[in-house]
Design a protein around this ligand. Structure first.
Ligand SMILES: [Zn+2]
Length: 183
């Protein structure tokens, strides 16, 4: 009896890996851990990246023990001084964050984008830092930036990376830019 059950489990197609199941898992994750509304371009971009990135990495970054939390970051208006985001826990959901969490702060400047693609480039880059554990390793330097960009190209976000660079890329002379520090 148990053996039959086990065999069924082994031979059934990997349930959690099917695209529609992943979409459902993403929806649940973002319901809890994303402060952007579902109808926003940023939400859709996050959804697309989580859907398209490699499955193992997706599971790693949405693990409830240490989830990625997506929130907004204001650089204009009164909210540039301070703002709050609220995350709700519904009754019955398992506890989260026993091992911490990653906060991805997405700036209002992303509103420059008229499609999700450039935002996907930015979101994928930030998620790549988590997969590479760039922050745990220490300060994010140019080498880590390059590693994150290489990883998202490997994931298939070549076009999105290009669009993000074109729209949000570091300008020459920007003191925070890697080009500047390389000289
Ligand atoms: Zn970076």
């Amino acid at each position: 009896m148990h053996l039959i059950f086990l065999l069924l489990l082994l031979f059934s197609p990997s349930v959690s890996a099917s695209p529609s199941d992943r979409a459902e898992a993403i929806k649940e994750h973002l319901y809890e851990f994303c402060s952007y509304p579902e109808d926003s371009l940023v939400y859709q971009a996050i959804h697309n990246v989580l859907q398209r990135m490699p499955y193992d990495d997706f599971v790693y970054v949405t693990n409830r023990q240490r989830p990625i939390i997506f929130t907004e970051f204001y650089d204009a208006g009164t909210a540039r001084f301070a703002s709050s985001s609220e995350f709700f826990v519904t009754p019955g959901t398992p506890p989260c964050c026993q091992e911490g969490f990653t906060l991805i702060k997405l700036g209002m400047g992303l509103g420059l984008a008229k499609t999700t693609a450039p935002i996907e480039g930015v979101v994928a880059h930030e998620i790549a830092h988590r997969v590479l554990e760039s922050i745990k390793k220490g300060n994010i330097d140019c080498q880590e930036e390059k590693a994150a960009n290489d990883l998202i190209r490997k994931w298939g976000f070549k076009k999105e990376f290009k669009e993000a660079s074109r729209l949000f890329g570091q300008k020459k002379g920007d003191p925070a830019g890697c080009q500047e520090r390389k000289r």
